[in-house]
Ligand binder design. Structure first.
Ligand code: ADP
Ligand code: MG
Length: 350
């Protein structure tokens, strides 16, 4: 692991991206504040904003994140748990415009991913014990229970919108927005900052981020976490307005008898997806980048290209279980490896 020594990095416990600074630039031109939100540490970096305004902007984002937390949390009482209760009872639910927009976006992204990103499998995620603040333990779910769930082929196609209502065609359809809510929240925060007239910022939620503008006369520079160490595998400069999202098998897992069962579940068989260890996506909007990173992780080294194309994602890096880095041609032109020697890479056209 080699990181040029002039850089220092702001490191979160398990973050998958870091904002990088070179030693020769003045840190004090960037106002940086951290808040605890969305179950992670959110860091807001603002450039070219005086301290007082920056502080006000960060506080406004913090308020908005706690509102979103109360709306979309998968297991703490929230708007989402109310919706799920009523879906379970087969009822039709009146929803507001905000909920409708978010759930419609989740449905569209899910369909584009051929249901690999499948926020309708909340029941399956709960079976694995991930609807808890604590790391799950104990034996993995019974295979027949998993098979029974998978055989129902629950997808977002079964979530039906009619005017201002939503219902589902199967009571087992339970929403879990864990694969995309962070992206949505980051998009909302960036829109909020822009409304306050802020043009140069990064909102970094536990390592997944959206960057707008620049840091003075330089682009923002991001380091992506190496899935098998705590260091940086690649660095990338963001262009104007881009999100960098990573899904990794190291983020959350269920451990039993020395075996790890991570939290990205393949809806086709009900088990943690195999083949990938991390997927990084760069895309303009954070919600798409977040959903795509989850979907491409599941698609794995053999199928990621077709799913990326369907989701309209151009920049992808997938690291497989043999530490080979599969890169879209566009991504290969953007990144710089920060490990010595660099991993074996396979560059593929979409
Ligand atoms: P991260 O935790 O790094 O943000 P992801 O964005 O990939 O990782 O989200 C993982 C979360 O998404 C899981 O904890 C779970 O809540 C949910 N999830 C797991 N499998 C799927 C899937 N196939 N489709 C949609 N959401 C999923
Ligand atoms: Mg995701």
């Amino acid at each position: 692991m080699h990181v040029p020594f002039l850089w220092y990095t702001m490191m979160f416990g398990l973050a998958c991206c870091w904002v990088l600074f070179s030693g020769c630039e003045r840190q004090d031109e960037v106002h940086r504040e951290q808040i605890v939100a969305l179950g992670t540490i959110v860091e807001i970096n603002l450039w070219g904003v005086d301290k007082e305004r920056a502080h006000r902007a960060t506080a406004a984002v913090a308020d908005e994140f706690s509102r979103l937390h109360q709306r979309w949390h998968a297991w703490e009482p929230s708007t989402l748990t109310v919706i799920n209760d009523r879906l379970r009872k087969g009822q039709s639910i009146t929803i507001d415009e905000e909920s409708k927009a978010l759930l419609s976006q989740a449905k569209a992204l899910s369909l584009a991913s051929e249901s690999l990103f499948n926020p309708a499998i909340g029941e399956l995620i709960a079976l694995w014990g991930f609807h808890s603040d604590d790391a799950p333990s104990g034996p993995p779910p019974d295979p027949t229970t998993l098979e029974a769930f998978v055989s129902k082929s629950i997808t977002m196609k079964g979530l039906i919108f009619e005017n201002d209502t939503v219902r589902s065609i199967d009571p087992s359809l339970q929403l879990d927005l864990g694969g995309f809510a962070k992206g949505h929240a980051v998009d909302v925060a960036i829109a909020q900052l822009r409304e306050m007239g802020i043009k140069n910022a990064i909102v970094n939620a536990g390592g997944d981020l959206r960057a707008i503008g620049r840091k003075g006369n330089r682009p923002w520079r991001i380091g992506v976490r190496d899935p098998r160490s705590n260091g940086i595998i690649v660095s990338v400069e963001t262009h104007d307005d881009e999100s960098v999202f990573t899904s990794g098998d190291y983020e959350r897992y269920h451990e039993y008898q020395g075996k790890r069962y991570h939290h990205i579940i393949d809806p086709r068989n009900g088990y943690p997806a195999r083949g990938s260890t991390s997927v990084t996506v760069i895309h303009r909007d954070a919600a798409t980048a977040d959903a795509a990173a989850t979907a491409l992780f599941i698609a794995g080294p053999e199928h990621w290209q077709s799913i990326a194309e369907k989701m309209g994602v151009e920049y992808v890096m997938l690291i497989d279980q043999n530490d080979t880095a599969f890169l879209s041609a566009a991504m290969a032109e953007r990144i710089r490896f920060e490990v010595e020697p660099p991993p074996r890479t396979v560059v593929q056209l979409l």
